[in-house]
Each structure stands twice: as C-alpha cells, then as structure tokens.
Design a protein around this ligand. Sequence first.
Ligand SMILES: NC(=O)c1ccc[n+]([C@@H]2O[C@H](COP(=O)([O-])OP(=O)(O)OC[C@H]3O[C@@H](n4cnc5c(N)ncnc54)[C@H](O)[C@@H]3O)[C@@H](O)[C@H]2O)c1
Length: 359
Amino acid sequence: MNGAIVHHGTETPEPPETPYEEVAVTGGAGFVGRHLVTALALLSRKTTVVDHAPLPAALAALPGVRHVHADLRDYGETLLALQNADAVFHLAGNASGTESVADPRRDFQLNALGTCNVGNACLELGVRRLVYLSSAIVYGTPRHSPIREDHPTQPFLPYGASKLSGELTLRSLYATAGLPVVIGRSFVVYGPGEDPRRAGGEVSQFLRWHLNEQPIPVVGDIDRKRRDFIHVEDLCRALITLAARGADGETYNLGTGTAVSMRELADAVGAATGRPALLSADTSSLADSFTLLADVGRLQGLGFAPRVTLADGLTGLAGLLGPFPEVPSARAVFRREAPPRRRLTPAAAGGTREEARTC
Ligand SMILES: NC(=O)c1ccc[n+]([C@@H]2O[C@H](COP(=O)([O-])OP(=O)(O)OC[C@H]3O[C@@H](n4cnc5c(N)ncnc54)[C@H](O)[C@@H]3O)[C@@H](O)[C@H]2O)c1
C-alpha cells in the first residue's frame, strides 16, 4: 500500500514504539484502518481488526493480525471483541458527511452510539489506552485560521454532530471514571485505497479526473477554498504517536499545518503527472470556500512531524491509480429535502422500535 512514496527529511523523528503488546483497531478493514493495521504489524504488534466488514486479503496475510467480526452498535459484541486489547484505536463508523445528511439516524448510531459502547467497554475491560479518531468537521465553519483545539465546535452536518458526540462521551468517561482516552481530530486525509464512490477528499478526486484527461470540477472559490491535506501514512504515524505519548483526556489536531488552495492543488497534480491540470470552477455556492488549516503545535509537542510531502504523495498515488482510474462519483451534499410528513401505522412503529432494540 506504500505506493512510490519517497520519504524525505531524516531529521523527522521515528514514530514511537507503541508500548502496548496487543492492540485492537475498530474499523480496521476501512481506508484509514488498513494503513494503521499495516503500520502496527510492521511494529510487530498483535493486532485485532474489529469490523463488521470482511478482512481485506492484504491484511489477512500480515503476521499477528486477526479479525473479529463485530457490530459496535451491540454492546455485548463490542465487549467480546475488545477483551484482549491493551490499547484500542477506534476508527469504525460512518466517515461520509453526505451519507450522514441522507440518513442521520444511521450516522448517529454508528458514530455516537458505537463510540459510547467502545468507551464503556474499554473502561469495563481495563484497556490502558484508547485513541479515538475524530474529525476537523467538529469545528464547523472556522472563525479563524489556523484552528487550535480550543476553537469553538459548531458542526453543521449530522456527521460532525455524531463525531462530536463521540468525543464528548469519551471525555465525560475520562472525567468521571478515568478512561485513558486521547482524541485526534484529522484534517483532510488522502492516500491509496480511498473508495471513489464515497470519499470526498479533493486530492484523490482531482487526480482521478485529471488521469481521465477531464477538467477537474470544483465547487467554490479556487483561491479562497484551502485545505490541510495529510497523507494517510502520516495520519497513522500520528495516531501511533498519540497512543504512546498523548495525554489522557486531551485532544490533538492531526494535520500538516500547511494550507493548500484548490488552484495550488491543481498545479501540484499537473506537476506530479507532467501535464497541466484544468480546473472547471462552479462558484454558484461559496459555502465551503474557507481555509481549513490545523494549528499543529500540540501535536508537534509530542515529537511528531509529517514526512510525506504533497508532491510525493501525489506522485505515489498517481502511480498506483494508473491511467483512466474510476472517476469519483462521491458528491458533497449539505442539504436534503425535508421528508414528507407521515402517520405511522402501529406495524411501522413496531419496526422502528425493533430497530432501536438492536442498537
Ligand atoms: N477518511 C477521511 O477523510 C477522514 C477524515 C477525518 C476523520 N476520519 C475518521 O476516520 C475513521 C475512518 O475513516 P475511513 O475513511 O477509514 O472510513 P471507512 O468507511 O473506509 O472505514 C470505516 C470502517 O468502519 C467499519 N464500521 C463502521 N461501522 C461499524 C460498526 N458499527 N461496527 C463495526 N465496524 C464498523 C466499516 O465496515 C469500515 O470498514 C472514521 O471514524 C472517520 O470519521 C476520516
């Protein structure tokens, strides 16, 4: 999964050895999870992938990796799945803002309820460290830039609300029962293995359009829309750093501290592929034409620095995608039509209660 990434900067400290013998990665079969499990296997940790999806073949071949099929909406399954872990990386959940708009209840069950179950299970099982992967989405529209961890949290999407709910629940378990949790808020992740039908990150999307020799569609102002892009390998190193050195009950931004505009990203895509990229800007909505940039001072204080430059990340990804990859079909949806008013029959309401019991 490394692609053709060239690591520069030998001055960057090595990721710390995680002191935990047995670790569990919830959502380990997903995009970020697969990279994290691979990184942990390289550190020779016994790793349990807890996921309701099947284990990808590439992970099944790694030494020390096993799979427990569990749905984290079920507390009993969660307890059983995490019972041998010294440390837990909690990544499982819905990662799509668009899907959260379409089905907010499912999003809440996966992210808020699932995280509540993981936190309580970690307490009950005496897990020594829980790392929760949250998202910069919890900040909502930034009031200033760069964003420090004490920036107000006012998410506007159900996804942001459910991720923040997970954070608040875990922090309350830290405050009231000493849950040893560390929270990381990731900015925009990119790298090999993103699903073009679901992933909304601009780096992969831009590359995919360009490798298909098509103009790159962008909604918003191509200069004012700026993002902090972190390569998935750096994100995983940051998560391992949090497990080893993060402070209990603390929150850390996970980004690079560099903002890249959509115009600059297109230029970088052109440079990585040797062919200038064409942008097709749609300025009918400027809703997300702002700078989303992490203040990474707190993360740097743990000795972490990113290693993969955007240029290297793009070159590696372009090599893996090859010519004419599947074009992205994920669309950013911020609103939906209000559902029509309906009257429930007792049978339909019974179905709703049944659904609630399984959560
Ligand atoms: N991808 C990003 O750009 C990004 C950015 C910031 C934060 N995050 C966070 O990182 C985490 C992982 O994101 P991703 O992009 O790898 O998502 P993904 O959809 O690729 O992976 C999520 C995994 O969780 C599993 N899962 C979901 N609900 C589950 C449940 N109830 N029980 C068991 N397994 C369950 C899925 O099967 C899947 O394998 C998410 O929590 C997301 O909020 C992602």
